[in-house]
Design a protein around this ligand. Structure first.
Ligand SMILES: [Zn+2]
Length: 369
């Protein structure tokens, strides 16, 4: 199969044709006469709780349903994300995600594993997470390692022992600083410990559920931005983060910035009452707030990654930069060497967008959906 258009690559946009065989890009031919559309690598969502009224906590069918919904918005790889609930509920959810990882989803995105968001977080910085926080002990760590499905965890450095950090880093679990009150020094200590075991560090929805940057107290945001290697997520629905802060981080973090949705089950559903982690939320025109009347804090988002692409591009990012934030960098963060850019040898997880940046087609392993 051949797909032609203006190819969005990390090095720029160039007209060309992708040759695809058995779900792999085998060759790229430069051409000047191609269809008037942009071709991008499929999006990778590291932080997504649900969509289309399905939630990652609700078992394999719900995981498949939310995954198919996000596929229609350009996401070809996703990490279903658990909520901070009592430990047995989290384990049930992880088993459901593991089932999907093993079986795959027919005509659906790839699910390489789960994002465990909490319970190893600070009860003072719950955000929209329910109050079932834990400090990781051998019991929880053994449970996770036995299941071998958690690839990424959001944690508060001040709530985790050095031993717990070492264990997770040793097993390749990405350690994402979030829902935390940590100082810059506490974050840097955690990074040092993790990196003795080649641990990879990230930040969960930068700015949200963490202390602000102050002149003498840079906190997690300062620690992550000032670091050379730490990656960071941002929810850029224009509600969770001010556009000026998006621009600041885009300039400061460069190739370490990744856009995520943090989407909840109400994503893709009409306005009204929905739920998140067993709590009521009210969704109204692109925002979700806690409480049945929507009077509380911002909850998860109702963002999709195609909208995140539009938001990034309408606030100063080039299409090349936006594609990097949505595909190339998350692939590099998670060690997914077979995807995230348009190159020979990569999986043919590909999408096309028109001049308004609306998705016109998504291909998975060369099958059109
Ligand atoms: Zn979340």
């Amino acid at each position: 199969m051949r797909i032609d258009g203006h190819l969005v690559t990390p090095h720029g946009i160039q007209p060309g044709v992708l040759e695809i065989q058995d779900g792999i890009i085998t060759q790229i031919e430069a051409r000047s006469n191609v269809q008037d559309r942009f071709i991008l690598p499929g999006f990778i969502d590291l932080h997504v709780h649900g969509g289309d009224n399905a939630d990652a906590m609700d078992g394999p069918e719900a995981v498949a349903r939310m995954a198919r919904f996000h596929l229609s918005h350009g996401t070809t790889t996703l990490y279903p994300t658990t909520m901070t609930r009592p430990w047995p509920e989290i384990m049930d959810a992880l088993k459901g995600i593991q089932h999907v990882t093993r079986q795959g989803i027919t005509n659906g995105p790839d699910v390489p594993g789960a994002h465990l968001e909490g319970p190893f977080i600070n009860p003072q910085r719950l955000g929209a997470q329910p109050p079932f926080t834990l400090q990781p002990t051998d019991r929880e760590l053994n449970d996770i390692l036995a299941l071998d499905t958690v690839r990424l965890t959001t944690l508060a450095p001040e709530c985790c022992s050095d031993a717990a950090i070492l264990t997770m880093a040793q097993h390749g679990i990405r350690l994402s600083i979030g829902h935390t009150c940590a100082t810059c020094e506490q974050c840097q200590h955690m990074m040092r410990i993790a990196r003795t075991q080649n641990g990879v560090i990230g930040g969960t929805h930068l700015f949200n559920a963490m202390p602000e940057v102050k002149g003498r107290n840079p906190g997690p945001i300062g620690a992550l931005l000032a670091d050379d290697d730490a990656f960071m997520e941002l929810i850029f629905d224009t509600h969770h983060v001010h556009p000026a802060n998006f621009t600041m981080v885009r300039k400061a973090a460069g190739e370490r910035l990744m856009l995520v949705t943090d989407a909840m089950r109400a994503t893709g559903c009409p306005n009204g009452v929905s739920s998140l982690g067993g709590q009521e939320v009210y969704v109204n025109n692109g925002t979700a707030r806690m409480g049945a009347d929507g009077s509380g804090n911002l909850a998860g988002s109702v963002l999709t990654l195609d909208q995140a692409l539009k938001n990034a591009c309408s606030h100063g990012a080039s299409l090349v930069e936006a594609s990097r934030m949505l595909s190339t960098t998350p692939a590099r963060y998670m060690g997914l060497n077979d995807r995230g850019s348009l190159k020979p040898g990569m999986r043919a997880d590909i999408l096309s967008i028109n001049e308004h940046y609306n998705i016109t087609n998504v291909w998975l392993a060369a099958k059109s959906n």
